[in-house]
Design a protein around this ligand. Structure first.
Ligand code: PMP
Length: 382
């Protein structure tokens, strides 16, 4: 058991109760593939897969059918599938200045094929104004892709206002909810999204290697699959099926991952996203108050209302990597330092190239752990 784990933005720990058991049970007692054989065990596994899609559909208020909830290895895969499968030479995309490399690296690759992008500006706390999207619109703007909250500063993006503008201008909106799925309520239908990409291993408290991409039927039709292959269906043809979810789910799926995510979703839904939000907000408040008088820069909004349970500190005169190392060595506090796969977010926050030490809280983080972390940070200055 790891104590003082404050790196939930990288992956949540501990996972929801029952996740490990569900995965082990599947491997040890069921272990079969789905969509291939017609025996009873395969049908049992297939039912759990369907049930997991249904839970994700409910959790994110997805208006489509559960066959449009596509399993992916994580948020990165879904974002790549959407960007690479949708954009064509000459297309223009709008992103925010705070994006993760899961968005920026595919887009930078796509620049080679004539795709261009503009960034919605953010201030040095990572805050954006949705209206700043409007002057960036061009006749060839085909997509808006934004993260719901920054993985560096925790800053929450103004999603509702942005979604409203995207609806007004008729541009599909894709949301990277890596830092918010399970931590903030997300209503796919009310926002009128085209797609939502989520990892299973962060706020959804499932295992690594499983995630989902939720696509409206009209948007799904516009995507070329990144991977094609065996789906266990339409095996009389060498053409990829065009029906969902097979169109985007070639090859044997991560069934242990789906079993784990299925168990995790029961726990997450029982707890309720509002109560996890209240808990992480309270811890963020406690942490911010605890470090306010120290000679550090609190990078980000410095306001629990405007951020998820992620706080970055710049130790200014000290080396941030050394601080993170000392926190672990001297106090066993686990954080993540560096640039967090988001170089432009750090440039925006004016923490490039020194990076920050990031503290991120989860459903199992306690007030005692936050108090202990504050004492550990104080010791750095003794
Ligand atoms: N986007 C953001 C904002 C993230 O924080 C992360 C994970 N660090 C990702 C995308 C990628 O998620 P995954 O590693 O699950 O593919």
């Amino acid at each position: 058991m790891i104590n003082h784990y404050l790196d939930n933005a990288a992956s949540s720990y501990p996972k929801a109760p029952g996740v490990g058991r569900a995965m082990a049970d599947y491997i040890e007692q069921l272990g079969v593939n789905v969509g291939r054989g017609t025996y009873a065990q395969a049908s049992e596994a297939a039912l759990t897969v369907l049930e997991t899609r249904e839970k994700l559909k409910r959790f994110f208020h997805f208006p489509g059918r559960e066959n449009h909830v596509v399993f992916t290895p994580g948020a990165t895969y879904g974002l790549n599938q959407i960007l690479r499968g949708f954009l064509k030479p000459g297309d223009h995309v709008i992103v925010s200045s705070m994006e993760h490399n899961a968005v920026m690296r595919p887009l930078t690759d796509l620049q080679e094929c004539g795709v261009t992008f503009s960034r919605i500006p953010a201030d040095q706390d990572g805050k954006t104004n949705a209206a700043d999207l409007v002057p960036l619109l061009k006749p060839n703007t085909r997509l808006v892709v934004v993260s719901h909250a920054s993985n560096v500063s925790g800053t929450i993006f103004p999603l509702e206002e942005t979604a409203q503008l995207c609806r007004q201008y008729g541009i599909p909106l894709v949301v990277d909810a890596a830092q918010t799925a399970g931590y903030l309520p997300i209503d796919f239908e009310a926002l009128g999204l085209a797609a939502l990409c989520v990892p299973g291993h962060k706020g959804l408290l499932g295992p690594q290697g499983i995630g989902a991409m939720l696509l409206t039927p009209s948007f799904a039709k516009l995507l070329t699959p990144l991977t094609t292959g065996g789906t266990g269906s339409a095996s009389d043809s060498e053409l990829q099926p065009d029906y969902m979810p097979d169109r985007f789910e070639s090859g044997t799926m991560n069934l242990p991952g789906i079993m784990g995510l299925n168990a995790a979703l029961d726990f997450v839904m029982e707890q309720g996203v509002e109560s996890v939000r209240a808990h992480t907000k309270m811890l963020t408040q406690q942490f911010l108050e605890g470090v306010r008088r120290l000679p550090v820069r609190i990078v980000g909004p410095n306001d629990p209302e405007q951020q998820v349970g992620v706080v970055s500190l710049d130790f200014c005169d000290l080396d941030n990597a050394e601080v993170a190392f000392r926190l672990e060595q001297e106090s066993g506090i686990i954080t993540r330092c560096g640039l967090h796969c988001a170089p432009n977010a750090h440039k925006t926050l004016q923490t490039f190239p020194q990076g920050t030490v990031r503290f991120s809280f989860g459903h199992a983080t306690t007030e005692e752990e936050v108090a202990y972390a504050i004492r550990g940070i104080n010791k750095i200055f003794d």
